[in-house]
Design a protein around this ligand. Structure first.
Ligand code: NAD
Length: 330
């Protein structure tokens, strides 16, 4: 029977993986460890591997995998910057990912987070905790149908988010390096600046890249509409976080929801209860009442988990049995 090692296991993945194993007549064996040079010996006797890495895989791991006869690494996320694809190829290792697993889930997060902010739920909740049940203009809402929403990055996730906002009756504008003419519910602008100029809600759906690093900095926030809200369910590195905090504190933005933080790695997704946080910017994000921080959880639905687990296992099995997989990266 084919044997696949399942590294970086989260408890919530196990049932899906075990069902898949039964259906495919494959033995799946779980490990809480991540794939690394030091954990490679756990692959002894296995035909393949799937993992959910966050840190970089060491260069020495690739020749060792080749020596062990392992021909693939199936990453259970869309991101794959933890691998050296050329080095893996040199050692005959096919690296795969799961490029899309539930764009609707992430789009729905963006919409929910934006509604939460424009309905002023955080402020209302705080007042209710203080037994203040009064109505006043600071908690007055505005219907989304009267708003302009800017979708920056109109790929898989941005397109769904834009469609939902359009369903509310909002005017949806977009910016993408490669506009998609089939998205008839949005009006493309030629620059980010033009897209954000009149936007009440700005939702980010572009990848992190060298070119996109800190696109949203002090200068860019100054160009937002006064009182706009920002949602970042993309990547932390597209934002200069200190500049975002300043924009919220000055009132330029009325609020922000961030699911990702540039330096989230030591924190997400671990339990830091009772421990001291050293990152002062991260602490400011957490403590700011107008900023909703979530731990990179926008994707986290039953559908996404199933697609990630099955996507990783299918890719591993494809390479083991057929020598290739449609989701290969190198
Ligand atoms: P995608 O590749 O389908 O779409 C990304 C779009 O961004 C592309 O159309 C691309 O042309 C565009 N783009 C790139 N640079 C741009 C720029 N400077 N300005 C405007 N547009 C630009 O990707 P996707 O599946 O829609 O995912 C979008 C992002 O969402 C991912 O890159 C990832 O960072 C993030 N994501 C977050 C979570 C989460 O749980 N928070 C989960 C999955 C993905």
């Amino acid at each position: 029977m084919t044997k696949i090692k399942f590294f970086g296991t989260r408890d919530y993945e196990k049932d899906v993986a075990l069902n898949w194993a039964k259906e495919n007549n494959v033995e799946v064996s779980f490990s809480d460890d991540f794939l690394s040079y030091d954990t490679l010996d756990q692959l002894e006797g296995f035909d393949g591997v799937t993992t959910m890495q966050f840190g970089k895989l060491e260069k020495e791991a690739y020749p060792k995998l080749e020596e062990m006869g392992i021909k693939q690494i199936a990453q259970r996320t869309a991101g794959f910057d933890m691998y050296d694809l050329d080095l893996a190829k040199k050692h005959g290792i096919i690296v795969s990912n799961v490029p899309s697993y539930s764009p609707e889930t992430i789009a729905e997060y963006a919409v929910a987070a934006a509604l939460n902010l424009v309905r002023k739920f955080p402020q209302i909740e705080k007042r209710v905790q203080d037994y203040n049940f009064t109505w006043e203009s600071s908690i007055m809402a505005k219907p989304v149908k009267n708003m302009t929403v800017a979708i920056l990055g109109t790929g898989r996730i941005g397109a769904f988010a834009g469609k939902i906002f359009a369903g509310f009756g909002a005017k949806v504008v977009g910016y993408d390096l490669y506009p998609n003419d089939s998205l008839d519910f949005l009006e493309y602008k030629d620059t980010i600046e033009e897209a954000i100029k009149y936007a009440d809600i700005v939702s980010l759906h572009m990848p992190a890249s060298k070119e996109n690093h800190h696109i949203f900095d002090k200068e860019m926030f100054a160009k937002f509409k006064d009182g706009a809200v920002l949602v970042n369910a993309a990547r932390g590195a597209v934002i200069d976080t200190e500049a975002l905090i300043d924009a919220v504190n000055s009132g330029k933005l009325s609020g922000a929801a961030v699911d990702t933080y540039e330096f989230e790695m030591p924190y997400f997704t671990f339990d830091w209860t009772g421990k001291a946080l050293e990152d002062e910017t991260f602490k400011k994000l957490i403590e700011n009442e107008k900023i909703q921080l979530t731990p990179h959880i926008a994707f986290f639905s039953d559908e996404a988990v199933r697609n990630l687990v099955e996507g990783g296992l299918n890719a591993a099995l494809n390479v083991i049995t057929k020598g290739d997989t449609p989701t290969r990266l190198n």
